[in-house]
Design a protein around this ligand. Structure first.
Ligand code: ATP
Length: 205
């Protein structure tokens, strides 16, 4: 099935945009939400995390000890890369399993991931969308949504690739600046993806 990857910086509004695609009947795989779930459910991943970061990575009830993991990977690039190397393949497996549940008459699917480009998972998509918004708007949105200080949001933003870097790898763009209509932009892309998906199907027959 034709796969569209969608990403954007923190507060760009990628989840909001995905909800519009969902209204159009497009199934969305939320990679970051799934990653959190499978860190407690995927046996291979749980074992990998325990081996790498110790049995104390989990509480007795099987819940992830976020504080322990965060304490190790925070400001430790090597440990963070090690965690990502365990989590990303597990998310790819979960996506494959999820995709098998999608009805065959679905035109295409969306995969939403904050680290679509950083994780390399964009290579498994047929095309990609980058959601952009001005820096000040992103900052304000996240401060309001998460009720956190600007410094905390900026620290999270600084850990991500810049829009400039991401735009080199993106095929399509949605500008979510609260000036341009996101519905019109989504509808235009929706039509384009339906056509591309049909073309792809034609070449595979
Ligand atoms: P994160 O990477 O932090 O998960 P995100 O890119 O998925 O963020 P959203 O959660 O979709 O971003 O949006 C961030 C906040 O901004 C939310 O509270 C959302 O309701 C709001 N928001 C997004 N787009 C708009 C818009 N066009 N107009 C008004 N508010 C918006």
């Amino acid at each position: 099935m034709y796969k569209v990857g969608i990403t954007g910086g923190i507060g760009s509004g990628k989840t909001t945009i995905c909800k519009v695609f969902e209204v159009l009947g497009i199934p969305v795989f939320y990679a970051d939400t799934v990653a959190k779930e499978i860190m407690c459910q995927d046996a291979l991943l749980v074992e990998g995390i325990k081996t790498a970061f110790g049995n104390e990575s989990y509480f007795e009830d099987g819940k992830l000890n976020n504080k322990h993991i965060a304490g190790i990977v925070f400001n430790n690039e090597k440990a963070l890369a090690q965690l990502n190397a365990l989590v990303h393949p597990a998310v790819f497996r979960a996506f494959d399993t999820w995709e098998q549940t999608i009805p065959l008459n679905t035109p295409y699917t969306l995969k939403e991931a904050a680290l679509l480009f950083e994780s390399g998972s964009y290579k498994m998509c047929d095309t990609t969308i980058l959601v952009t918004a001005p820096y000040e708007i992103k900052l304000k949105r996240v401060m309001e949504r998460d009720r956190v200080a600007a410094e905390q949001v900026i620290a999270r933003m600084d850990k991500q690739l810049s829009d400039g870097e991401k735009s080199k790898l993106a095929n399509h763009f949605i500008v979510n600046d609260e000036q341009q209509s996101i519905i019109e932009q989504v509808l235009a892309l929706h039509q384009e993806f339906i056509k591309s998906a049909e073309k792809l199907k034609g070449t595979k027959l």
